[in-house]
Design a protein around this ligand. Structure first.
Ligand code: ATR
Length: 285
C-alpha cells in the first residue's frame, strides 16, 4: 500500500515491544481491508506516558494499543473510558476521536470471538480457568457476560484467584464462581466443558511443561490455550491425542488486535486470511 499525506498512523506502546506481532498483524490487515494506515511499535518508558499522549494529539495519531506496563497508568490521561475497561481497570486500545482520547479493552473479547468462530457455546456451560493474572481477568470478565453456569479459577497463588472472584462477581450472580489451588489434586475437574490455560506454562522455550495433568480433565471438554508460541502447546497435543477438541491462542491474539482495528475504523474486519498468514509467519520465524 502507498503511504501518502492522507495515511493515518496507528501504534503500540509498551516496554518491551520489540517482539510484538502487532505491526505484522495490523499492517497486513490494513492492506487486506483497504485501510489507509500504517502501524508501528513505540517503546515508551513508564515516566514518558504523558509526553506520548501529548504527541498523539500533536501528530493526530488515530489510535493506539497499550501493553505492559501502561495498561493501568494510561487511564488518567484519557478523556473517556468505556464501561468494560473501567470495570477491568485497564485499557489496551485507545481511539483518537477529533482530539478526544477514548479508552477500551478488547482483552478477552478476542478469546470469546475465537470460541464463537469455533462454535463453542458458553451459555450454561462449566468453565475451568487456569491462572489468575491479567490475561485471565480479561477473559473471565468477557466469559461472564455469556452466562456460563459455573466457573472455577485454579491458580498457584489462591489469593489472586479469590481477588478476581471478589472483583468480578458483584452483579454477576448468574454464574457460580469457585476458586482453588492449582496443585489440589483431590479436586475433581471432570465436569468442566471448557478449559482455558491462562498461564505461561508451556510457552516457548519451556515447551515440555503442562499447567495440569490431562487425565484430570474430561475427554469431552474443549481444551484451549492462550499461548501461541508454540502454536500447539504440550497440553493441547496431549488433549488432541485423547480426542479432545483443542483451540490454540493465535486466533485470540489476532482477533483481539482486529477488534481494536474495528474500534478505530468502524469497519468489520475479515480475520481468516490474516490468521493463516500470521500462523505461517510464526512457524517460519
Ligand atoms: P498475564 O498478564 O499473561 O496473565 P501475569 O499477570 O504475570 O501474566 O499472570 C501469570 C499467571 O501465570 C498467574 O496466574 C501465575 O500464577 P501466580 O498468580 O501464582 O503467580 C501463573 N504462572 C506463571 N508461571 C507459573 C508456574 N511456573 N506455575 C504455576 N503458575 C504459574
Amino acid at each position: 500500500m502507498d503511504i501518502t499525506y492522507k495515511t493515518n498512523l496507528y501504534c503500540l506502546i509498551g516496554d518491551p515491544v520489540e517482539k510484538s506481532l502487532s505491526p505484522v498483524i495490523h499492517n497486513y490487515s490494513f492492506e487486506k481491508n483497504d485501510i489507509d494506515g500504517v502501524y508501528l511499535n513505540f517503546k515508551i518508558e513508564k515516566n514518558c506516558i504523558r509526553d506520548f499522549v501529548d504527541t498523539v494529539r500533536t501528530l493526530n495519531i488515530k489510535g493506539f494499543n497499550v501493553t505492559i506496563p501502561h495498561k493501568v497508568d494510561i487511564i488518567k490521561y484519557l478523556d473517556k473510558v468505556d464501561e468494560k475497561a473501567k470495570k477491568l481497570g485497564a485499557v489496551n486500545t485507545v481511539k483518537n476521536e477529533n482530539g478526544k482520547l477514548i479508552g477500551y479493552n478488547t482483552d478477552g473479547l478476542g478469546y470469546l470471538k475465537m470460541l464463537k468462530e469455533k462454535n463453542v457455546t458458553i451459555d450454561g456451560s462449566k468453565i475451568l480457568v487456569i491462572g489468575a493474572g491479567g490475561a485471565s481477568r480479561g477473559i473471565i470478565f468477557s466469559l461472564l457476560e455469556e452466562r456460563p453456569e459455573k466457573l472455577l479459577i485454579l491458580n498457584r497463588t489462591l489469593s489472586k484467584a479469590e481477588n478476581i472472584k471478589n472483583e468480578l462477581n458483584i452483579e454477576k450472580n448468574i454464574t457460580k464462581i469457585e476458586t482453588d489451588t492449582l496443585d489440589n489434586k483431590n479436586r475433581d475437574l471432570r465436569e468442566y466443558d471448557l478449559v482455558i490455560n491462562c498461564t505461561a506454562i508451556g510457552m516457548y522455550p519451556n515447551i515440555e511443561e503442562v499447567p495440569i495433568e490431562i487425565d484430570r480433565l474430561s475427554k469431552k471438554a474443549v481444551i484451549t490455550d492462550i499461548i501461541y508460541k508454540p502454536l500447539e502447546t504440550k497440553l493441547l497435543k496431549e488433549a488432541k491425542n485423547r480426542g479432545n477438541k483443542v483451540i490454540g491462542g493465535i486466533g485470540m491474539l489476532i482477533n483481539q488486535g482486529l477488534l481494536s482495528e474495528e474500534i478505530w475504523t468502524e469497519k468489520d474486519i475479515e480475520s481468516t486470511e490474516i490468521i493463516n498468514y500470521i500462523k505461517e509467519k510464526i512457524v517460519s520465524d
